[in-house]
Design a protein around this ligand. Sequence first.
Ligand code: FAD
Ligand code: FMN
Length: 596
Amino acid sequence: MLLKELSSLASPLSDQQVQLLQKATAELSVTQLAWVSGYLAGIGQSAGLQAPQAQTQAAAKLTILYASQTGNAKGVAEELHSAALAKEINAELVNVTDYKAKSLKNETHLLIVASTNGEGEPPDDAIAFHEFLSSKKAPKLDKLHYSVLALGDSSYEFFCQTGKDFDQRLAELGAQRVCERVDCDVDYDEAAADWTEQALSEIKQTLASAPSASVVSLPVAGGASSQYNKKNPYTASLSVSQKITGRDSAKDVRHVEIDLGESGLQYQVGDALGVWFENDRELASQIINRLGLSEDQLVQVEEQALSLLDALVEKFELTQTSPAFVEAWANWSGSKKLAAIVASKEKLREYAANHQVIDVLLEKKAKVAAQEFVNALRKLTPRLYSIASAQAEVEEEVHLTVGVVRYQQGDEYRLGGASGFLGARAEEGAAVKVFVEHNDNFRLPNNPDTPVIMVGPGTGIAPFRAFMQQRDASNAQGKNWLFFGDQTYTQDFLYQTEWQGYLKSGLLSKLDVAFSRDQAEKIYVQDRLKENAAEVYQWLEEGAHLYICGDANRMAKDVHQALIEIIVEQGKQSPDQAEEYLKQLRSAKRYQKDVY
Ligand SMILES: Cc1cc2nc3c(=O)[nH]c(=O)nc-3n(C[C@H](O)[C@H](O)[C@H](O)COP(=O)(O)OP(=O)(O)OC[C@H]3O[C@@H](n4cnc5c(N)ncnc54)[C@H](O)[C@@H]3O)c2cc1C
Ligand SMILES: Cc1cc2nc3c(=O)[nH]c(=O)nc-3n(C[C@H](O)[C@H](O)[C@H](O)COP(=O)(O)O)c2cc1C
C-alpha cells in the first residue's frame, strides 16, 4: 500500500500518527525510503516483531554494491536500485566501503557496479573489499547468484580490470552468474541500461523461486528528484575565465568562476564540478568538410534527429578519439599506416590517446555515410574539475583552476574539448551546464585541530585553495603545510598572493615550492618533501592527514615513492613496512588522492 493512501482505518495507526508518517516521508527519495523501510524493520525486529509475511525466514533480497572513484558507478548503481524497486525487488544499495565483506557468505543475490582506477586498480573505497575477495579468507559462495557491470575506459591498458577481477573471483568461489559481465567504455549509458534490464529480470526470476522471496511495495521511482546531476545538469553562467599564468608561461591556466544562481547547489571542499561543454563549431565544420558531407544532413542521435553539424557540436567527442574509432577509420580508408597501428594493441592505444578525430581523418580520406560516421564516435561526456573554492567563502559561486589543453599537431593547434570551451571559447555570461560530483575520498579531517599536508603542483593546487578557504572560515586551528610546484616562479606560481596572505595571517603554517625550470637541475615537489623528511614524518606521527592532487601518471607516483623513502629513513622501517604504513594511513582516510 502506498503511504499516501494510508488511513487510520486501514492501519493500526491513529489519524495523527498517519499524518506524522506522511509528513516525515513526503520529501524522501526512493533510495531514502528504502533505507528508512530497512531501518524500521530493524527496529521492529529488535522489539521482537516479525514482518507479517516473513515470520519464519529472512526475506531473500538483492544487494547492489558499488565501487566508484568519481561517481559514475555510483550513479549507475543508484539507477539500478531505483529500477529494482520499480520492479518490486527487495533491493539494498550499499557503497562497498560500508559493506562488511564477511556478510558475503549470507548473500543470495548480488549485483556489482565497479569502475577501475589507477592502472587497473580498484577505486579507493573498494581496496579492502578487493583484497578480501582475492584472499584465502574469502568464503565459498555456491548459493550466490550475481552479475557484474564494469566501468572503465578502453584507452587504458587494464580495461575494466576491477570489474573483471570481481567477476572472476566470485565465479572461482562458486557463485553463479545470472548474466554475463558487461565491460563499459566511457559512454556507458546504453550498455549499462541494457545490462540493468537483463540482470534485473534474471534476478527477479531467481528471487521469485527463492524460498523466502519477498517484494517491497514502495512507491515507484519517477518522482523527479530536484537534485541536479550528471543527467540533469544545472545551467549556470560563466562569470570569470581569467588567465593566471604569466605571458611567457608555457601553460595557459585559467581561474574560472561559475555562478550557481538560484540553483541551491551545495558542494563541500574536496568535491569536483562536472562540466558539460560544446565542441568548437569550426572544428565540427572542418570534420564535415573533410568527410565531403553536408552540415545540414540529418542524423539520428537516440530519439532525436539532428543536423550533422549540431550532432558533432553537442553530442559526440571530437577532441578525444578511441581505439574503436581508429580501427573503423582504418577499415573505411584502407590506410596502410593505420592498419599497421591497429595490428598492435599497444600502438593503437597510444595513437588513440594522442590524436583527435580530425587527425585520424587527415591520415587518409574515406567515403562514409553521416550516420555510420557518428555511430563510430564516442558520445560526449562531461569533464570533472576539482573545486577550488569553499561555499563558506564564495556562497553561490564555484571556482575552478583549469589548465587549457593546447598543443601543436603538424601545422595546426589542437585544443581540449572542455578546457578549450572554458578557457578559450566561452565568453563571460555564457551558459555552462554543471553538476556537483561529491567525493568523500578527499575530505578535510573532521577534527579542525588535525594538521594537514597538501601536495598540489600545477592545477593540483585547486582543492587546496578550497581547503584553506574552509579552514579560514571555520577558524580551524590545525596546522597547514602546502607543497606547490610548477615550471617557473615568475610565470606559474598559481594564486601566489593568496598563499602569501595565508602565510602572513598564520593560516598556512608552511609553504614549500619547487619550480622545475628555475635552475639547472630539475626540482619537483617530491624533492621538497624529501628535503623536509624529518618534519614530514613528525607531522605524520602527530596524526597529520596527507593529500595529493594533480597528475596521476608521474607526480602522484613519485610523491608516493618519496613518502616511502621518508618513512624508511625516518621511521627506521623496511620498504615493505613503509608501504604498510601508507596503507594504514590510506584506510584511516589520512592519505587521500585526487589525481587525474
Ligand atoms: C577527478 C578529476 C579532477 C580533475 N580536476 C582538474 C582540475 O582541477 N583542473 C584541470 O585542469 N583538470 C582537471 N581534471 C582533468 C579534466 O577533467 C580534463 O581531463 C582536462 O581538462 C582535459 O579535458 P579536455 O576536454 O580539455 O581535453 P580532451 O578533449 O579530453 O583531451 C584532448 C585530447 O588531446 C590529447 N592530448 C593532450 N595533449 C596532447 C599532446 N601534447 N599531444 C597529443 N595529444 C594530446 C589528450 O590525450 C586527449 O585525447 C580532473 C580530472 C578528474 C578525473
Ligand atoms: C586516474 C584515472 C585512472 C583510470 N584508470 C583506469 C584503468 O586502469 N582502466 C580502465 O578501464 N579505466 C580507468 N579509468 C577510467 C574510469 O574507470 C572511468 O572513467 C569510469 O567511468 C569512472 O567511474 P567512477 O566515476 O565510478 O570511478 C581511470 C580514470 C581515471 C580518472
